[in-house]
Design a protein around this ligand. Structure first.
Ligand code: SF4
Length: 393
């Protein structure tokens, strides 16, 4: 008889994970947001948009890193004038970003962009917002209503006291209704704050009320590496709640590292698994092999590998066999040897020098025997022995 109430454990979910927020599909150029589509990774350039060569060069660097959509700021007419030249030289959808000046939004919509982002809190008036909504609809272009705690309308700040989650969500819903009134439902929503707690709660609240896809991010996260940790701290609860259809990590400076950070957060939350998950212990005085060398070699050999497989490599027999049994492929080290596990069963032992080769052989075999389980697209969502339940609601 335990002094603890164990009854709660009997009904607890053994495989944790919440279903994905059910959102309508919205097409943005070649990408479709929402529904069961992947959570797309996007970024934003830091160049003067009118400087076409510099902007295109940065977009190419982002594309090379895996960026799937890109946003450029359009504060001046010469920036709007550069949009078509930029778009014809890049391979991913182009989003124009507008603040303050609705005329710039209208001007940008005269050019071949794939989406427009506006911040209704600083666009000036409902009538100006309406004009942008109408023109986007006429052009058949989706728009993002990007609510930001830092520029919330005075009306909502006064009603709620400060830019808190309900104030942000009410602002967002107001503009959604206006857009719907104009017959425009090709909308994506963001509710950003630099305060992690406010952002998480705003997205949670919104997801209870509406089904437009969400662009998620922790705005103005600052300088890496803290900014990456802060973004992960805020985005993980949002993603684990099933919310998010596109993601942007806001890092000070060069945007290229935003891409790897976004994919890492999606991988860790199992919302978009695009490479093997490597489980390695931190090592300690019990270490029985040169684990750092083995993991470094393994990482090199796995570069570009997209298999959604869990590989565990642990440095001794304390947790090695247990972790190895829960992975698709596992190694537990002991006495200069590695015990290899497949699907929970120990299959053979190899000397330390052969561990990496042996893991690669097991991986090739795992791929061959799991063809039927592999995703049809490149972007698996949580496939693996201990995967989260499917993320489509
Ligand atoms: Fe130490 Fe073994 Fe744990 Fe690794 S698995 S940290 S070597 S006890």
């Amino acid at each position: 008889m335990s002094r603890f109430d164990l009854s709660i454990l009997e009904t607890a979910q053994k495989l944790p994970g919440k279903p994905r927020h059910k959102t309508r599909e919205v097409r943005v150029g070649t990408r479709v947001f929402g529904g069961d589509n992947p959570i797309w990774v996007q970024s934003m350039t830091t160049t003067d948009t009118f400087d076409v060569d510099a902007t295109v060069a940065q977009i190419h660097a982002l594309e090379e890193a895996g960026c799937e959509l890109v946003r450029v700021t359009v504060p001046k007419p010469e920036d709007a004038g550069a949009l078509s030249k930029i778009r014809e030289r890049i391979g991913i959808p182009l989003i124009c970003d507008i603040h303050f000046d609705y005329k710039m939004a209208l001007a940008a919509l005269d050019h071949p962009v794939d989406k427009i982002r506006i911040n209704p809190g600083n666009i000036g008036s409902v009538d100006r917002f309406r004009q942008v909504v109408r023109k986007a609809k006429d052009r058949g272009l989706p728009m993002r209503i990007g609510v930001n705690a830092g520029s919330l309308e005075r009306e909502f700040n006064e009603k709620y006291g400060f830019p808190c989650p309900p104030a942000m969500v009410e602002s967002c819903l107001r503009y959604l209704e206006i857009a719907e009134g104009e017959g425009n439902r090709d909308i994506v929503v963001s509710l950003k704050s630099s305060d992690v707690l406010v952002a998480v709660e705003a997205y949670r609240l919104y997801a209870k009320l509406a089904d437009y896809p969400t662009h998620i991010g922790i705005t103005e996260a600052g300088k890496p590496p803290y900014a990456v940790t802060k973004s992960a701290a805020g985005l993980a609860p949002i993603l684990l709640d099933g919310i998010g259809d596109t993601i942007r990590i806001s890092l000070l400076g060069d945007p290229v590292p935003e891409i790897a950070a976004a994919f890492d957060i999606l991988q860790a939350t199992q919302r978009r698994v695009r490479r093997p998950e490597l489980i390695a212990c931190p090592t300690c005085g019990r270490l029985a092999i040169d684990l750092e060398k083995i993991i470094a070699e393994l990482e090199t050999r796995l570069q570009g590998n997209r298999l959604p497989v869990k590989i565990s490599v642990l440095g001794c027999v304390v947790n090695g066999p247990g972790e190895a049994k829960e992975a698709d492929i596992g190694i537990a080290a002991g006495n200069g040897q590695g015990m290899i596990f497949r699907n929970g069963e120990m299959v053979r032992r190899v000397p330390e020098a052969e561990i990496v080769d042996a893991l690669m052989v097991e991986l090739a075999d795992w791929e061959a025997t799991n063809q039927h389980r592999l995703p049809k697209t490149k972007d698996a969502e949580g496939l693996g022995r201990r995967k989260l339940p499917t993320v489509s609601a």
